[in-house]
Design a protein around this ligand. Sequence first.
Ligand code: PMP
Length: 393
Amino acid sequence: GESTPAISDAHRGPTGVLEIPQRFLMGPGPANADPRILAAQSLPLLGHMHPPFLKIMDEVQQGLRYLFQTGSKYTLCASGTGHSGMEMAIANLLEPGEKIVVGNNGIWGTRVCDMAERFGAEVINLQTPAGTSFSLEALTRAIEEHKPAVLFLCQGESSTGVHQSLAGVGDVCRKNGTLLLVDTVCSLGGVPLYADEWQVDAIYSGSQKCLSAPPGAAPLMFGERAWAKLKNRKTKVRSYYLDLNLVGNYWGWDAPAPRAYHHTGMTSMWYAMREALAIVAEEGLDAMWARHEAVHKQLWEGLRSMGLEPFVEDPKDRLMTVNTIKVPEGVDWAAVCKNAMDKYSVEIAGGLGPTAGKIWRVGLMGYNARPANVELVLAAFRDGLVQQGFLTN
Ligand code: PMP
């Protein structure tokens, strides 16, 4: 007879119960998840088309409307991290040959340029130095000159710690037939956003920052104009998985038309989002924004008392959720990060892209935006700076 092959033990997988160290994730993300959200993820699974599950998806959409401050019925979560929301927005909003002006002042603008190019768009890479934001005048000039189909801006540039003001931009976009697309991955829930009031046409975000959930969901909003653009496309969306004609239907965007299976909804992840959004609604956006502002001020009072300075020169450009700190001359930034992790279990991040080696980054987001966490970060900095000889004990 035939001999059955022997099972190879050469690459036998792990055994035993998984153990994870407790860490304070005070970098630019992920932040620590709220235990209530982690508990929601351990609830029993439902089928992805079961009515109680569809109801949870509806609750997520409703929670997102509050969070985005929009009356638009076109909200959902993309199944993936922030990048999936980014790619979904770009794939659906742009047709080949159309123009996008990308406000690029860090790595997110650079990535949007790359993505838009992959989907066949004509990319206008609008730049301003790392650590600064775009003025309304500069944006107006670019929009009037290029009349692009889409303008991209990043509200919270996590590689530089810059906050981009959106005031007045939506109005200029509307007058020029441009759709305004905004990245809010590390700002949503931490700083003010009024999608309707500011006439933002499309937004994407992430679950693992100010919303205190694990990574894996990308909240997304399309306003009426963005939705109309989608419905009037001449070409098919070039990604099946990210096609909002199909994903939107699954989330009920075509109601009263029936919802159809597109991909398996991320059951436990949507439980997490439902719980995250319930926590947001219970706290209230005003209280949530005020909490983020208070810890940001607390952090800087402590950092300044140690002689540390912000990387972002103009106070109005400073992002409260991801704080960027200049590494002083002669200080080994990586040694400070390593000491914080080894001794305090505190994650402090270095720079990224244009800021690599020049700054530290401290995230104050969601569940971590609390006074005790700030004190821990400050203690870790103080200790590291004494070791570096920058401070005396
Ligand atoms: N945009 C911004 C501003 C971000 O901070 C991040 C995550 N660091 C992303 C997009 C991408 O999100 P993700 O890593 O979840 O895909």
